[in-house]
Design a protein around this ligand. Structure first.
Ligand code: HT7
Ligand code: ZN
Length: 884
């Protein structure tokens, strides 16, 4: 397989000014006619004239029926065809190519290009799917104006959609009809979209900041029409927010979203016609959890925000992917923070980043935010490009300040509107707007790996001087053995003995500042000295997680408890609790490994009791603070992860907390359940918070195995009006020892929701994630369930993905059966859907984290996959890099 390198980037020889497409959709094939109005790239054409370079169009899995150059049909000898290209020789600087190809969306299980999801046709072109539709210059720096005509049988496909505005429709006597759409904005092919189906839509409108009316339409299959309102409300909130916070106005007269059931990712920002995984659009109280409601809101916002950060200003090449994705993830997280609790949103994002992105950064697929090479670009839609990319932009905001950051984004959008640009262009706009030199900062884009920041303190009481010394280092990653120092913004405060923030004055400064301040660490080792401090302060470091690093400071448990209760930074209050929990859990893991009786440090329960008994605290925060670090996070921070000891230590801690705090938990549970019983479901922050605390309380209480709690759980399961309470009750039953109740609950749930694919996904996940013994056998049995199919990515994620990623004790069974099972599924999926197969590999790529016996078993399965036959480039790249 060919490796593509960033350093080899060359501008395109030719440009496509206009693209006119005609699709004839049939049940057993589709014909695509493309007319491309092209010209030589003026930046490259030599003034001396000379020979024109060949035109090399991308195309895969296309049956070429005809091709013409300026109306002259070309014969076989006039062009060259291989599996990936159509090459021909232009005769003039300007020319028109006409081609007709036959394709087979009806058998396309890879869900890339044009495919059928159930009864509808839809497309997914990012990153390189358009080349499976027609011959084209399928690269993001070739931007063209598109006109698209779709023709299909009227009865089966009454709705025909593409990008832009509808300009003409018609029908013929054979029961077929057609529609033509015109997109006035130039765009790369990856933003092309087409949909044909029997769809209903919910319509609304939005008045923009300049008083333009935009029609909003969300299309779904008729049976889902009652699950669209939340997405529509989210869309309107996103549009308003982007105007208010980033000054961005929507540009077309219509904005459409279509929900499809078979989709490889969450959603896609095609110009004016976003296509969504139905799981990222549909939400109503009875069938979607609070988390699902929040996910819909975030994804609707993310795709909408791409209209500026991605579509109006796009990427020059795929190495620049984080230009649009990192920035847009930051924008959607800021939006979600504004719509809900900012601290809780930050906690969720950081927990996710530290568990999963840090693991990626420490594994064989580690790459920088702007990767240097790839075999298959689909493998680089990663946590690093998305989540770490967002952290990098967030750090720019921290360093230049909020006001300059906004000036920088304005300048970036204005300067590059209609262009395909690079990460350097983005950073340059930030530098120009702020006057801050970001040269060294850009190492965050080019160096992979998670930096470690070790902090030590020194206090000179007599002089009132308190010094913090920062030492940064970054472990080697594939292809990068040495790293240069990063610019690390450290937001910090110093707490006095009363818990309040002290005024901060650095040596040499005239005046003190109040509260939090940001220090920029730029050297491998650097010391900052604060003065005017008669007593030794307690530092609160990396407030709000101001940089994606692993911070080390030797806090004592008492200091962590003090920070938990006093830090003015909500994020760091949670973080102190997490660090305390990690210390306590590490004790238990050690005890377990030494075969000792487990005995937990009761300071953790004391600290949690104080929180639980304080009615004035945000309930969502209390719920977060009650959540122990996950097994996946404990694995990530272990040198060698002992899966069983981690699980047992964590379970022991949960039981100890449940026992010590039974009364306050029971009280909280009953109060909140009572309110839930009286209050109809509302998808809003304060209600999410109440249910979150109620549900975590229930999950602890059930560990007591008391009959009163079981009855309460069954009451919640049977009588609640929403999926949040029902699914949580189901999950705790599934993880409990009440076998009869568990079996009955699973049956009634499945019977009730058997026709709701998305709810059945939850039903699969809850069972796949249960740590009770026999997990693999349960998953194998569930694969036989009529609602399961390997052809639907949501089902694969819900059952196989949940098992391999969330059920660590069962997946990492010592006999390797979990690994073997996953490898089998990957080999099957490699032929059906390479992108999904490749993503499922992630847990096997982490083999270095485990003991030598497990390492051998995991590598054995990777080798078996490698030897299993013809591999897709997607799977090949991940497996071969993991074994290197
Ligand atoms: N920009 C979108 C990327 C995407 C994608 C990439 C590869 C394969 C399938 C895909 N579906 C969507 C999603 C986003 O907004 O980030
Ligand atoms: Zn995106």
């Amino acid at each position: 397989p060919k490796v593509i390198h960033l350093k080899d980037y060359q501008a395109p020889d030719y440009l496509i000014d206009e693209t006119h497409l005609t699709f004839e959709l049939h049940e057993d094939h589709t014909l695509v006619h493309a007319q491309l109005v092209m010209r030589r790239n003026p930046d490259l054409s030599s003034s001396a004239g000379g020979n024109l370079p060949p035109l090399v169009l991308d195309g895969q899995q296309l049956e070429l029926l005809s091709v013409a150059l300026d109306d002259t049909a070309l014969q076989a000898g006039d062009y060259q065809l291989d599996a990936d290209h159509l090459t021909l020789q232009p005769k003039a600087e300007r020319f028109v190519i006409d081609s007709t190809v036959r394709i087979h969306p009806e058998t396309n299980t890879a869900l890339e290009g044009l495919y059928k999801s159930g009864k509808m046709f839809c497309t997914q072109c990012e990153a390189e799917g358009f080349r499976k539709i027609t011959y084209y210059l399928d690269r993001p720096d070739v931007m063209s104006k598109f006109t698209t005509t779709v023709s299909a049988e009227q009865h089966r496909y009454p709705v025909l959609l593409s990008n832009g505005n509808p300009i003409a429709t018609g029908s013929d006597e054979e029961g077929r009809h057609w529609a033509t759409w015109e997109d006035p904005f130039k765009k790369p092919a990856y933003l092309f979209a087409l949909v044909a189906g029997d769809l209903w839509c919910v319509e609304d409108s939005f008045t923009t900041m300049t008083e333009r009316e935009v029609a909003l339409r969300i299309y779904v299959e008729p049976e889902n029409i009652d699950q669209v309102q939340h997405a529509m409300d989210s869309l309107k909130r996103s549009m308003r927010w982007d105007e208010e916070v980033y000054g961005r106005e929507y540009d077309l007269d219509i904005f459409m979203i279509v929900a499809v059931n078979d989709f490889n990712m969450g959603a896609m920002e095609n110009k004016g016609l976003n296509i969504f995984n139905s799981s990222a659009v549909l939400a109503k109280a009875e069938t979607a959890t609070d988390a699902a409601h929040q996910r819909v809101e975030a994804i609707v916002a993310h795709e909408y925000f791409h209209n500026w950060s991605g579509n109006r200003v796009t990427c020059r090449d795929w190495f620049q992917l984080s230009l649009k994705e990192g920035f847009t993830v930051l924008r959607d997280s800021q939006f979600s923070a504004d719509m809900n609790s900012p601290t809780v949103k930050r906690i969720e994002d950081v927990a996710y980043l530290r568990t999963h992105q840090f693991a990626e950064d420490a594994g064989p697929m580690a790459h920088s935010v702007r990767p240097e090479s790839f075999i298959e670009i689909s493998n680089f839609y990663t946590l690093t490009v998305y989540e770490k990319g967002a952290e990098v932009v967030r750090m720019i905001q921290t360093l230049v300040g909020a006001e300059n950051f906004r000036k920088g984004t304005d300048l970036y959008f204005e300067r590059h509107d209609g262009q395909a640009v690079t990460v350097d262009d983005f950073v340059k706009a930030m530098e120009d707007a702020s006057g801050v030199d970001l040269t060294q900062f850009k190492r965050w884009y080019s160096q992979a790996g998670t930096p470690r920041l070790q902090v030590s303190e020194a206090f000179d009481e007599a002089a009132g001087r308190y010094s913090l010394t920062f030492r940064q280092s970054c472990p080697p990653t594939p292809g990068q053995s040495e790293k240069l120092p990063f610019v690390i913004p450290v937001a910090l405060g110093l707490l006095g003995s009363d818990g309040a923030d002290l005024p901060l004055r650095l040596e040499g400064e005239d005046q003190a500042t109040a509260g939090t301040r940001v220090l920029a660490i730029t050297e491998a080792e650097q010391t900052f000295t604060f003065v005017d401090l008669p007593k030794k302060p307690l530092p609160s470091l990396l407030r709000g997680f101001s940089a994606p690093v692993k911070l080390d400071f030797p806090y004592s448990r008492d200091q962590l408890m003090f920070l938990m209760q006093n830090d003015t930074d909500g994020f760091n209050r949670w973080e102190a609790g997490q660090q305390l929990s990690v210390q306590v859990l590490r004790d238990l893991i050690g005890q377990r490994q030494r075969g000792e009786t487990l005995a937990m440090d009761d300071r953790l329960t004391h600290a949690l009791r104080t929180l639980l008994e304080d009615d004035s605290l945000d309930q969502a925060m209390v719920a977060e603070m009650l959540s122990l670090p996950s097994e996946a996070y404990l694995t990530e921070i272990s040198e060698v992860a002992d899966v069983d000891a981690i699980h047992q230590a964590r379970e022991h801690a949960r039981r100890a907390i449940a026992q010590a705090l039974f009364e306050p938990l029971w009280q909280r549970y009953q109060t909140n359940r009572e309110i839930s019983r009286r209050t109809p479901y509302v998808a809003q922050a304060e209600h999410f918070a109440r249910r979150a605390l109620q549900n975590i309380a229930l999950s602890y209480l059930m560990l007591s195995e008391r009959d009163a709690v079981l009855q309460a759980c069954l009451e919640q399961f049977e009588h609640c009006d929403n999926m949040t309470e029902r699914l949580n009750a189901l999950a705790v039953l599934v993880n409990s020892s009440f076998e009869a109740e568990r079996t009955k609950a699973l049956e009634t749930f499945a019977e009730h929701f058997k026709d709701h694919a998305l709810v059945m996904d939850q039903w699969f996940s809850v069972q796949a994630g249960s740590p009770l013994p026999g997990g693999l056998e349960r998953v194998r049995t569930l694969m036989e369930h009529p609602a399961f199919t390997l052809k639907n990515p949501n089902k694969v994620r819900a059952l196989i993905g949940a098992f391999a990623n969330q059920n660590l004790v069962n997946f990492h069974r010592a006999d390797g059966a979990g690994y073997r099972f996953l490898a089998e599924q990957i080999i099957t999926l490699n032929a059906l859907n390479p992108q999904i197969a490749s993503r499922l590999l992630a847990p096997l790529t982490r083999w270095r984290k485990y003991d030598s016996a497990r390492q051998a078993l995991m590598k054995g399965e990777l080798e078996r996959i490698l030897a299993s036959g013809e591999l897709s480039s997607d799977v090949y790249e991940v497996v071969s890099k993991s074994l290197a």
